[in-house]
Design a protein around this ligand. Structure first.
Ligand SMILES: *Cc1c(COP(=O)(O)O)cnc(C)c1O
Length: 315
């Protein structure tokens, strides 16, 4: 929907971090745009704001930022660059709902932002998401795109006596059943976020000394960011050690996945020109990351087992 609202068309370019999920790029590729991949910061793994300006061209139609793991991107600098070039910023806020950057909620910095309610997210109805508009100029068109390109929403409000097809759109509505399931969680958001904070802090406290001693990196949260507690990950020194840790945990019945294959080195990214070395920090992070089990119903005992299993890993 963000790509449709911005009238993205073939030949346009959209700046996207390489270290993200495919949806961040796909939305624009579907409209014929070329993703221009930016590297990420070594600390937060968010888009490196110092790399953005050199990627801007006369074809750039949007800058997409992802608040990785629910830690805010450097929005002050990003907004300054985007404003100077009159380019809209879109926040992929799939990880960041209820996080803050300098006291302002994530998702409120771009002209639009998107949420995901996929089952892996803090708030879930299995599949689906939401579009947040921070610029009301897009509201009327968004309503039409969401309703198969029709003005059915206006009919519901009694503003017209029949509805009609006005232009491009699709069926971007969640079902009422899914919305109800999600709403129950949103009503309990404080409790859910507090639980997730507790899980995150238990892992950090339990692994801090071990990580320091073994030169393993833990997530870094700048002081001006209040994170959304989306995930807890380790960054292991090498790909081989990372794989060995995943195998070690699996042997103990603990599922600890890695992610993302940098988009510029995916099959699709390579066929549009991506090369090894284009985004070195994304490439490094992709080899290092192990994500620890993180869900609201995990027990303290289970977390202690995970921590003990990690401390038991020798390399
Ligand atoms: C989950 C996720 C999305 C959205 O995924 P969908 O399956 O399309 O809802 C987008 N960006 C990031 C960074 C994600 O983690």
């Amino acid at each position: 929907m963000t790509a449709l609202l911005l009238n993205i068309a073939p030949g346009d370019e959209v700046i996207v971090p390489s270290f993200t999920f495919v949806s961040s790029a796909n939305a624009f590729v579907l409209r014929g745009a070329r993703p221009i991949f930016a590297d990420v910061r070594p600390d937060t793994l968010n888009i490196d704001e110092t790399q953005i300006e050199r990627l801007i061209s006369s074809r750039t139609k949007a800058i997409v930022v992802v608040h990785y793991a629910g830690v805010g991107c450097e929005m002050d600098q990003i907004r300054k660059i985007a404003d100077a070039h009159h380019i809209p910023v879109i926040e992929d806020n799939a990880h960041g709902l209820f996080g803050y950057y300098r006291g302002k909620p994530l998702g409120t910095f771009g002209c639009m932002s998107t949420l995901s309610f996929h089952e892996t997210k803090n708030f879930s109805c299995g599949e689906g998401g939401a579009l947040l508009l921070n610029d009301l100029r897009y509201a009327e068109q968004a309503e039409i795109i969401r309703e198969k390109g029709t003005n059915r929403s206006q009919l519901f409000r009694g503003q017209v006596d029949k509805y009609t097809w006005l232009g491009i759109g699709s069926s971007y509505l969640p079902s009422d059943l899914l919305a109800a399931y999600l709403f129950g969680q949103l009503e309990r958001r404080t409790e859910i976020q507090r639980t997730r904070q507790c899980i995150w802090e238990t892992y950090e406290a339990g692994l801090w000394d071990w990580a320091y001693k073994h030169e393993v990196l833990l997530p870094q949260v700048p002081a001006h960011c209040e994170q959304a507690f989306h995930m807890f990950y380790l960054r292991m020194p090498t790909l081989e050690i990372r794989q060995a840790l995943i195998d070690h945990l699996r042997a103990k019945g603990i599922l600890a996945p890695f992610h993302y294959l940098p988009l510029h080195l995916s099959a699709a990214g390579k066929s549009s020109g991506g090369r090894v070395g284009d985004c070195p920090i994304a490439e490094l992070a992709s080899d290092q990351i192990v994500r620890l089990p993180f869900f609201c119903s995990i027990t303290l005992k289970e977390m202690e087992e995970v921590i003990a299993a990690i401390q038991d890993f020798t390399f």
